[in-house]
Design a protein around this ligand. Structure first.
Ligand SMILES: Nc1ncnc2c1ncn2[C@@H]1O[C@H](COP(=O)(O)OP(=O)(O)OP(=O)(O)O)[C@@H](O)[C@H]1O
Ligand SMILES: [Mg+2]
Length: 374
């Protein structure tokens, strides 16, 4: 299909369209040297555009061959969104079977690589920086959830989708992408066991997708940022493997401070750090209704609202639900199969979500490899 076909692009005014040739030039023919990552949607390349800007160029995988019009309609929505804490979409390419997204390139990579990554990062995440990152991500998500009409449920809030610019301002990436992926394709990337740990149980198990599922994932991320630890770490002793479980345990023992990242060498505001951990617990409560909305989370994080008088109930843990724990399998990686006929929870609040409807491919069957003996 040719993009110059007016009937296809009629009414789509705001999206900058790149030619395949320009993006090929920008990335030196999508060379491996320019490849900066690979996720559930495809490969990401760093490239220099004709106008001199540096971009992150995301080549969606072959399966995502949506019609040009549908694709552009979604892209149109995403490209109009601007917020300090959201990655800016510059435009896209829809030539032939190519579906490529062009984003603002962020210098300091993702939180998954810098804060939680195995490889050494030269960024020092001071308490101030962490607190700024938590508040920024909360603001970005509050914007998607509460300022946009229709609002957007991100569905994949996790450390690899939080990118950092040169000043370490956090930017949420990949919002609005879920609709670009055909319903029969796995969209929840679970190549790493850790991803499962971000999923609210009601979403992972029953496919109920609401803003509250994002808020759950945010809560997990918050605890990760404060503790400097991944939500799942199978190398730790069994009772410490699941960060959220551990957080709850320490909360009950009134020892939350013990969870704060030791690499801070004690240089942090203990009261504030414990408050953040409590907010993480508020966001991950088992009952979705009890989780605060993101605008409230922003107020709690910034001290405009008090955390202390909130009652916190036990977090929802998939491991509890399934009565088993996920282990990194020796060969086959944990995977979540998607169901094509899942309908999303018609959340009562606000208007319909961009990611609801029959494109919802929520996780229905967890097919990870388990060690059921635990
Ligand atoms: N705008 C960007 N600027 C800089 N690096 C980016 C940008 N977008 C993506 N990346 C890099 O590319 C990697 C892969 O991103 P991608 O979104 O494809 O996968 P992911 O976030 O790991 O998983 P998922 O597909 O579930 O989002 C990211 O972890 C990040 O390091
Ligand atoms: Mg991503």
């Amino acid at each position: 299909m040719n993009i110059s076909d007016d009937s296809e692009v009629a009414g789509i005014h705001n999206v900058k369209l790149y030619t395949y040739k320009e993006l090929r030039n920008a990335t030196e023919d999508f060379s491996t040297a320019n490849k900066i990552g690979e996720g559930g949607f495809g490969s990401v390349y760093k490239g220099k555009l004709k106008d001199g800007r540096i971009a992150a160029i995301k080549v969606l995988s072959a399966e995502s061959r949506q019609g040009v019009k549908e694709f552009l309609t979604e892209i149109n929505v995403i490209s109009e969104i601007e917020h300090e804490n959201l990655v800016k979409l510059y435009g896209c390419c829809v030539e032939g079977n190519h579906r490529i997204l062009v984003y603002n390139y962020l210098e300091n990579n993702s939180l998954a690589q810098t804060l939680l990554g195995e490889s050494h990062s030269n960024i020092q995440f001071s308490w101030r920086t962490r607190s700024k990152i938590c508040i920024g991500v909360a603001r970005g998500l509050a914007f998607l959830h509460e300022d946009l009409r229709p609002y957007i449920v991100h569905r994949d809030i996790k450390a690899s989708n939080i990118l950092l610019d040169k000043d370490l301002t956090p930017k949420i990436s990949d919002f609005g992408l879920a609709k670009l992926i055909p319903p029969n394709m796995t969209h929840v990337s679970t190549r790493v066991a850790g991803t499962i740990g971000y999923l609210a149980p009601e979403y992972a198990i029953r496919g109920q997708l609401t803003r509250k599922a994002d808020i759950y994932s945010f809560g997990v991320l918050l605890v990760e940022i404060v503790s400097g630890r991944c939500n799942t770490n199978t190398r730790l002793p069994i009772d410490e493997q699941y960060l959220l479980e551990r957080t709850w345990e320490l909360y009950e023992r009134k020892e939350l401070v013990g969870l704060v990242d030791t690499s801070l060498n004690g240089d942090f505001d203990a009261e504030e750090a414990c408050k953040f951990l409590k907010i993480g617990l508020l966001c991950t409560q088992d009952t979705p209704k009890l989780r605060p909305y993101m605008s409230t989370v922003v107020k709690l994080l910034t001290g405009k609202k008090d955390v202390d008088n909130s009652k916190i109930t036990k977090p929802g843990l998939i491991s509890d639900f399934m009565d088993l724990k996920v282990r990194p399998p020796p060969k086959a990686k944990p995977e979540i199969k998607t169901g094509s006929n899942m309908s999303s929870d018609s959340e009562k609040l606000g208007e319909s979500t961009l990611t609801s409807g029959n494109t919802t491919s929520a996780a229905t069957t967890l097919t990870a490899s388990y060690d059921g003996s635990i």
